[in-house]
Design a protein around this ligand. Structure first.
Ligand code: ADP
Ligand code: ZN
Ligand code: ZN
Length: 744
């Protein structure tokens, strides 16, 4: 018998596995990435299992593994199991799922790791110094290395101001060794963290912490605790509970993952974790998209090498290779950004529950506005509910005022009003009192598109069937779907009218107007356009905290997780635009957004006020948000969802067919629809074939059907059976989205 492995090959459209021999002297483990040959071409794959084969009995010869991508197994056994689960549930190839789990630089034939020149003293250098004349500058180098040990040359020269030529002469003398080594970059290495102590918990916090710890104890007794949903109002001290639960997890020698939405992974959040666990360097790894690819990779490496035991990160951090997992927390669990919109289209909150189940650890989902899916799971008894209904120190919830903008509009003749009289006055008051204001703009709604007031022409992207957005700074129209850009027309292409104008307001436009209204105010705009530079957001938020900014104007980026005690006014400029889109979650999203944004006000000693501007003041989402009434909102919304058979009562799979050829896309979808319909299992529903809401995108035509039913596994099983004996033209792409968040 000889040692062999089963290897899952990268890049194949459907999963391919082959056996390969393990060469003499090579030792490998499942989850390790290897280089092999496939049909005489070099290829890469992941070892999914070890096996023993008797090559003498085989009618063909097995090829050997050519080499390893790394000595380390990138995937833990738990992650391999999870990849299989995701593949089956979301109808995605296992190999795609596995590579999604890895940071980019480790997905290829070689793990791309940055090497740097480093310097260190050779052993026994003291004895050797006697034989040489050592200059003052060289002495400085030696003393530095005595204290700091091996250091990157770049750091010694640029940050420490040591002399390059002195280091070189020491190398010539054989006292210092210069070597290329892998150096881990730490994006926050220039920040010093002062450890802070755990706070004395209030009684609600204590109860929740106890519940999480009890779930852990249940697991060690062999019981299976339910996932816990923590419904805790904004400012109730949820983060402090996570911190203390993690402290306990670390004490037990286990690791923890905290998922936070990308937009709320602010420096402030990261700092709270870094500070609490500052006692051990590198213990906390932070994974977010603002890091360079190399930095992300280094953070991930720290986890892989089990140096970092705590991971804070956005969606994909759920795949962190922590070996002995003791806790998973999903903060702001209702956030849409947990759903990935490319293959594999997984929902990280659900994956957190699955991973916790597979690896036997407690899982805590938390939000001030839980998703209706999770809330419903507490009603059916699938999840346990924990509640924190009071703000820390019993602060009051901020007073929310609703302003009917239909009435405001009538007051002026110059088009839509941006600031109501009430909001303007409140802002003036804050400026006078030296308090701060956050203004929130729901970007999605403030369509900044080009519209002809004479004929109604709207500038559309020629590759996608969507309106282009006007960017004042660059003076260009940009498509937010494909990135295509062009100069804005100076006259209407349809009717030649010169009065073609900018129809809505973007953050830039609002900033301009604010600056005119509040001449002396210090105003800063925060959105993805203005915060491109590294650390710009961190610096801006620091300035805001230091009261160097009076008014912070921004989009979703400032809606979550920020904590500024001196902010006493939050204005929401256009509360309801998100309501008028064809999506059954529109009401839920609006409620969540209003509640979260309102939660930014009055987080200090001073009482907070929220001004909500809307054209539909009586909408239930707005009224329930006004009364801080999540439970009332959930009850009403769930009743409606039940009536219409929407999630969470029925589940959905969105099937989309795309092609550059319109007829082929349409025809292929019709064929697929007919096959799905034939033998449709009882209890499942199928919509008619329809053009997608976005019928053309990136030059591709899109058609879709939606499969509905109670059991997602039965639906995907049906799809798999149908797809098995269907083939499509090569330019036709069929995609599946289980539990979709965007209806095309
Ligand atoms: P949430 O995550 O629910 O919005 P946070 O955890 O951010 O709330 O807490 C809000 C503020 O209250 C933070 O500044 C935090 O340090 C503070 N805080 C939390 N728990 C306590 C406590 N038990 N005692 C005193 N301050 C607390
Ligand atoms: Zn026109
Ligand atoms: Zn486009």
């Amino acid at each position: 018998m000889e040692k062999a492995v089963k290897v899952l090959i990268d890049g194949a459209t459907s999963d391919l596995t082959f056996s390969y021999l393990v060469p003499e002297g090579m030792s490998v483990t499942p989850g390790q990435r290897v280089r092999i040959r496939l049909r005489n071409r070099p290829a890469v794959g992941t070892i999914i299992s070890l096996e023993k084969v008797d090559t003498a009995t085989l009618s063909y010869s097995l090829k050997p593994i050519e080499g390893v991508v790394s000595e380390d197994a990138f995937l833990t056994p738990g992650l391999i199991e999870l990849a299989n689960w995701i593949s089956s549930f979301y109808l995605a190839p296992v190999e795609t799922v596995m590579r999604t789990m890895l940071p980019k630089p480790s997905r290829g034939e070689h793990e791309k790791r940055k090497k740097e020149k480093t310097a260190a003293l050779v052993t026994g250098y003291e004895a050797k110094t006697a034989a040489h004349r050592i200059s003052k500058k060289q002495r400085e180098v030696i003393e530095f290395l005595e204290v700091n040990g091996l250091t990157a040359l770049a750091v010694m020269i640029s940050a420490q101001g040591l002399s390059r030529s002195s280091i070189k002469s020491l190398e010539d003398k054989g006292l210092v060794e210069i070597e290329e080594r892998i150096v881990q970059r730490d994006p926050l290495s220039n920040v010093e963290y002062v450890a802070n102590e755990a706070l004395e918990l209030n009684s609600e916090q204590k109860e929740v912490l106890e519940e999480v710890l009890e779930a852990g104890r249940k697991i060690s007794r062999g019981e299976k605790p339910k996932p816990i949903l923590l419904y805790g109002v904004t400012g109730s001290g949820k983060t402090e509970v996570y911190l203390q639960a993690i402290q306990d997890t670390i004490r037990e020698g286990k690791g923890a993952i905290v998922l936070v939405p990308e937009i709320s992974l602010t420096p402030q959040t990261a700092d709270r974790f870094k500070q609490r666990f500052a006692a051990i360097q590198d213990q906390v790894a932070i994974l977010h998209s603002n890091l360079s690819e190399g930095e992300r990779h280094d953070e991930w490496r720290k986890v892989l090498e089990q140096k970092a035991r705590i991971v804070i990160g956005a969606r994909s951090a759920i795949f962190s290779p922590i070996k002995n997992l003791g806790l998973i927390v999903v903060d702001e669990e209702h956030e849409n950004s947990y759903k990935q919109d490319i293959v594999p289209r997984y929902q990280a909150r659900d994956i957190a529950v699955v991973r916790a189940h597979l690896e036997k650890c407690p899982v805590l989902l938390a939000s001030a506005t839980p998703s209706l899916e999770s809330w419903n799971n507490t009603l059916t008894g699938k999840y346990d509910l924990a509640t924190m209904s009071k703000r820390v120190d019993d602060q009051k919830m901020p007073l929310i005022r609703i302003i009917d903008m239909r009435l405001e509009g009538k007051k002026t003749k110059s088009g839509p009003t941006i600031l109501s009289t009430k909001l303007r006055q409140s802002m003036e008051q804050r400026l006078e009192d030296g308090e701060q204001t956050i203004l929130f703009l729901n970007r999605r709604g403030f369509a900044r598109n080009i519209l002809c007031p004479e004929c109604g022409y709207v500038a559309n992207c020629r590759h996608c069937a969507t309106t282009m957005t006007f960017h004042r700074g660059e003076d260009r129209l940009i498509c937010h779907i494909c990135g295509f850009s062009q100069l804005p027309p100076r006259k209407c292409p349809e009717c030649s009218s010169k009065s073609i104008v900018n129809a809505g307001f973007g953050t830039e436009r609002v900033e301009e107007i604010l600056q005119k209204v509040f001449v002396d105010a210090r105003i800063t705009r925060v959105d993805t356009d203005s915060m491109r530079k590294k650390n710009q957001l961190r610096d801006t938020l620091n300035d805001f905290r230091a009261k160097k900014i009076d008014i912070l104007l921004g989009t979703q980026m400032i809606a979550k997780g920020l904590h500024f005690p001196n902010v006493t006014l939050v204005g929401i400029l256009n509360a309801d635009v998100g309501l008028h889109i064809p999506d059954f979650r529109a009401g839920e999203r609006t409620f969540q957004l209003l509640t979260q944004v309102a939660g930014r006000a009055g987080r200090g000693e001073l009482e907070g006020e929220v001004v909500v501007q809307t054209y539909t003041p009586h909408h239930p989402s707005i009224q329930h948000a006004r009364h801080h009434d999540f439970e009332g909102f959930a009850e009403q919304e769930l009743q409606m969802r039940k009536q219409f058979g929407h999630p969470p009562f029925q589940r959905m799979v969105l099937v989309t067919v795309r092609s550059v050829h319109q007829e082929r896309a349409e025809f292929s979808l019709k064929t697929l629809h007919a096959r799905l319909k034939r033998g449709l299992p009882e209890g499942m529903g199928l919509t008619d074939p329809l053009p997608s809401p976005l019928v053309k995108s990136h030059d591709q035509w899109r058609y879709q059907v939606i499969l509905k039913g109670l059991n997602p596994r039965r639906m995907t099983e049906h799809i798999r059976t149908v797809m098995k004996d269907l083939t499509f033209p090569s330019d036709v792409i069929v995609t599946f989205d289980v539990d979709p968040y965007s209806m095309g």
